[in-house]
Design a protein around this ligand. Structure first.
Ligand SMILES: [Zn+2]
Length: 134
């Protein structure tokens, strides 16, 4: 698939730079007619980026593995600890949310569908500016 993970990880990455990398075709994206972008995309170091229009939230996997079954917050399936990861999302200066997601995000998003992604986005956004961990 992509070779994003093989590149040396940039030390600082602004949301707009990341958006440009994920969506080169929409770099200028002033098109009001286009459908809002909504999706979860793998980025470097096992992280995920939740993108909703021009908003972006970074999901950072917690180290270590859970001992008990996990409930995926996106597709709402129960996963074994080896099938899902808990991610930390910084939503404001001193506030984080924790979200559990399946490892195979493509299948997970397929099960959740657009409505599931929308519900997840509503839990995360808006992210307070300055809260990004880039
Ligand atoms: Zn899932």
């Amino acid at each position: 698939m992509s070779d994003l993970s093989k590149k040396p990880a940039p030390q600082s990455f602004s949301a707009s730079e990341l958006l440009r990398e994920l969506f080169p075709d929409q770099a200028t994206g002033e098109d009001e007619g286009s459908a809002p972008t909504l999706g979860l995309y793998p980025v470097a170091d096992g992280r995920l980026a939740l993108v909703h229009g021009r908003q972006l939230a970074e999901f950072t996997p917690l180290s270590g593995q859970a001992k008990n079954a996990l409930h995926c917050d996106l597709c709402h399936h129960t996963r074994s600890p080896s099938e899902a990861t808990i991610y930390r999302v910084v939503v404001a200066q001193r506030r984080s949310r924790y979200v559990t997601l399946c490892h195979s995000t493509a299948y997970c998003q397929g099960r959740a569908g657009a409505a599931g992604l929308q519900a997840l986005a509503e839990r995360i956004f808006p992210v307070e500016s300055g809260a990004e961990m880039f």
